[in-house]
Design a protein around this ligand. Structure first.
Ligand SMILES: Cc1ncc(COP(=O)(O)O)c(C=O)c1O
Length: 360
């Protein structure tokens, strides 16, 4: 008798994979569960991808992603050879875990953070050294002093949304100067401070960003890392041992166009930031506690209502938010910031739920 997993590599059997947020196709749904941008990408991006589809698809894409790396480097004031581009920042993060964190020592990370970090630890046999957020659900860098094989944090953190000042990032880099400190800035364009400007001074700093959030390109799968040359070379070695063409021709063309339309980037991220502030105000008025957010989402809880019940009630009203059944945050909802109309629909649904449902 063969069991269902008898053909699997032994290493696979104990793995707990990441669970992505739902992508349902339900008409009229207000989808605020996966931190996508509520606005479409720049029309120039769409036109550029359409044009790119007309020629050259029979050829492999540029394995070095030279044009995109130059566009990213120009935007951030670094050299193109200090940039590594990958198929979404998830892939860049995975390569970084493989390249830097298999040191036989735990990798320090917050207890509440992007859940993929623990998944990569499982995949690559890395111990996760869990450091609790403080009582205000903030990262306290003074707690990251233990000997370790690396540090990974998201700044702003996810799913809390709360950011750290650059002075704290520098403290972390100095405290852990013997290992790589990976700062995942997936949401930094919505109000955080990027550490990319520190790359020249810290040989142990790797900053990872994505085009999925502030550039509205979650569907295109483009992310990148910025770091000194020796770190980028390590990532290139992992890539070329796995898949030399992680970015296809359409993604490369579209991503470059996204950097060329600066006005679109500014207009849409400013709109998201304004909506976030309005949404936080409206939810507080309904009795929600709202964590400070520098991201395109809010982490909220209502002292009188169970979060799972609220999430289910919102779903019944065709509003999707994210609820994690995890210690410390099971009474929270993570709500992505939508357009003003989407936010209004969410607030209306919340108002109905908190005024009609019995307190738990
Ligand atoms: C903190 C954080 N890092 C990285 C990612 C992955 O982004 P992508 O793979 O779309 O670039 C996400 C996605 O939600 C995230 O929340």
């Amino acid at each position: 008798m063969t069991s269902e997993t008898s053909f699997w590599s032994p290493a696979l059997r104990g793995l707990t994979p990441y669970t992505p947020g739902e992508q349902p196709v339900i008409e009229g749904l207000v989808k605020l569960n996966t931190n996508e941008n509520p606005y479409p990408p720049s029309p120039r991006v769409v036109a550029t991808i359409a044009a790119a589809a007309q020629e050259g698809l029979q050829l492999y894409p540029d394995p070095q992603a030279a044009g995109l790396r130059q566009a990213i480097a120009d935007f951030h004031g670094i050299a193109a050879n200090q940039v590594f581009a990958g198929n979404g920042s998830d892939e860049v993060l995975a390569h970084a875990f493989f390249a830097f964190f298999r040191q036989g020592k735990p990798v320090l990370m917050p207890d509440i953070s992007y859940s993929f970090y623990k998944v990569y630890c499982g995949l690559y046999g890395i111990d996760a050294g869990i450091v609790p957020l403080d009582a205000a659900m903030r990262i306290d860098v003074a707690q990251y002093r233990a000997p370790c094989g690396g540090v990974v944090i998201a700044n702003p953190n996810a799913p809390t949304g709360t950011g750290l000042p650059l002075a704290d990032i520098e403290q972390l880099l100095q405290q852990q100067s013997q290992c790589v400190v990976l700062v995942d800035e997936a949401y930094v364009d919505f109000g955080g401070e990027s550490a990319i400007g520190l790359v020249a001074r810290y040989p142990n700093l790797l900053v990872v960003q994505t085009l999925s959030k502030s550039r509205s390109l979650a569907g295109l799968r483009v992310g990148f890392a910025a770091g000194q040359r020796h770190l980028i070379e390590a990532l290139e070695t992992v890539r070329d041992s796995f898949n030399s063409y992680p970015l296809d021709r359409l993604a490369l063309a579209g991503a470059v166009a996204a950097y060329e339309d600066h006005a679109w980037f500014e207009t849409t991220r400013t709109a998201v930031i304004a909506s976030r502030e309005n949404l936080a105000r409206d939810l507080r008025a309904l009795g929600f506690d709202v964590l400070p957010s520098e991201a395109n989402f809010l982490m909220v809880h209502h002292p009188g209502h169970d979060a799972a019940v609220l999430a289910a009630g919102l779903r019944d009203r065709r509003v999707l938010v994210r609820h994690f059944r995890l210690p410390r945050i099971e009474q929270y909802l993570r709500i992505s910031v939508g357009t003003p109309a989407q936010c209004a629909a969410l607030v209306d649904a919340c108002r109905a739920l908190v005024s009609t449902e019995p307190a738990q």
